[in-house]
Design a protein around this ligand. Structure first.
Ligand SMILES: Cc1ncc(COP(=O)(O)O)c(C=O)c1O
Length: 383
């Protein structure tokens, strides 16, 4: 709100608050433009409520290359972005008061969607000291007879951290023992850096009911097209009732936007677009490097360097800066520097000691912005 008012007054606000690549010059990939031009006529009518067959086949093939076995295009449901998919993915599962384990910190879509579906999010800690990996002990301690599911966001937003195969195996063990459904949000799976490889959670546990979510908003910079999907994997007898619920919900809204679906086969063939952004010399890689170089110089800030996505979640020395309210910190920073950030509390993080930087502007702009943050913090004391 404040930032909008400032913009209305003609102030140029640097918006490091939303993960929208198109706002920072990430253009339409050629592969997508060609696919649209070629197939524009194919999307005029409603399509199958699950999604266009060619798109579902392409998604199924993609998820199989990630090691998810025994799935067919019939297990794929396409929606208007992962956001819409999450909103219908939770509904068939939850009765009033049922609990869902949700990471803290995490993108607030998940916690809020659990509430909207009548459930209660129970936040488990991702431990900064352990490189932001989920704290297995904490998860175990929060399971109750009402716990129905566990959400795993890998790589995570806002930490930008990719999970190892070992920690994913431990998470599947907990879910198996407690009989939980897993929601695996893998929207950043193609934006992994430093030679690391993303493991799809569903590839590690064929015996568990797992809902894998993914889309094109980030990997192909297509946030505005609204293109996301879910894939149901695991033993049919464990997923059948859930699947029927999803069929009812998705058929009620007829179908997802077809123009976005037309480009799915081409996008999933075009792995060069995401790969070119995250290798040395690529924008996302270089923007991270520029950010981190400057963050390292700020007294009173520590951080885990992200290895994925375009987010970093630095920690503030709250004693040094006398910070008790992270929203106030974000306000103060905005007024002093015209830089807009989301404080940690926007990610279901309970301490006032973190904020997220979206590293989408060009490297020189980010470097300059973080330098200005450093100047602001030099001598800052919250009142
Ligand atoms: C972890 C995570 N899941 C889902 C979404 C929503 O993506 P979509 O644009 O597909 O709705 C986002 C968007 O930032 C996200 O960070």
């Amino acid at each position: 709100m404040e930032a909008m008012k400032m913009q209305e007054q003609g102030i140029n606000v640097l918006k490091l608050n939303t993960g929208n690549p198109a706002s920072f010059g990430f253009g339409l990939p050629k592969s997508i433009e060609n696919a649209l031009n070629q197939h524009i006529q194919d999307g005029v009518g409603y399509c199958d409520f699950k999604g266009m067959p060619k798109a579902r086949t392409a998604i199924c093939e993609y998820e199989k290359t990630k090691g998810i076995k025994e799935i067919t295009p019939d297990d794929v449901f396409i929606g208007n972005g992962v956001s819409e998919v999450v909103s219908f993915a939770l509904m068939p599962l939850l009765n009033d008061g049922d609990e869902v384990l949700v990471p803290s910190p995490s993108y607030s879509l998940w916690g809020n969607s659990v509430y909207l579906a009548g459930g209660k999010p129970v936040f488990y800690t991702c431990d900064e000291k352990a490189g932001w990996y989920p704290d297995i002990q904490d998860i175990r301690s929060k399971i109750t007879p009402r716990t129905k599911a566990m959400v795993i966001i890998n790589p995570n937003n806002p930490t930008g951290v990719l999970y190892s195969k070992e920690i994913l195996m431990e998470l599947t063990k907990v879910a198996r023992e407690a009989g939980l459904l897993i929601f695996a949000d893998e929207i950043y799976d193609r934006l992994v850096m430093d030679g690391l490889i993303h493991t799809s959670l569903a590839s590690l546990a064929e015996d568990l009911p797992i809902i894998t979510l993914n889309g094109l908003s980030k990997s192909h910079c297509l946030c505005g097209y609204r293109c996301g999907w879910m894939v149901i994997s695991g033993p049919r007898h464990l997923t059948e009732d859930y699947r029927q619920g999803i069929i009812q919900l998705t058929s009620m809204r007829l179908c997802a936007n077809t123009l976005a679906q037309i480009v799915i086969p081409a996008a999933l063939e075009d792995m060069e677009t995401p790969a070119s952004m995250v290798r040395p010399g690529g924008r996302i890689y270089e923007q991270r490097e520029a950010t981190v170089r400057k963050l390292e110089k700020i007294n009173g800030i520590s951080f885990v360097k992200n290895n994925s996505a375009f987010y970093i979640f630095p920690k503030l020395d709250v004693k040094k800066f006398n910070i008790t309210n992270d929203k106030q910190f974000a306000h103060d920073l905005l007024y002093a520097t015209n830089i807009l950030l989301v404080p940690g509390s926007g990610f279901d993080w309970s301490e006032p000691d973190h904020f997220r930087i979206v590293m989408l502007p060009e490297a020189h702009m980010l470097g300059d912005a973080v330098r200005r943050m450093g100047e602001f913090l030099d001598g800052y004391k919250q009142k």
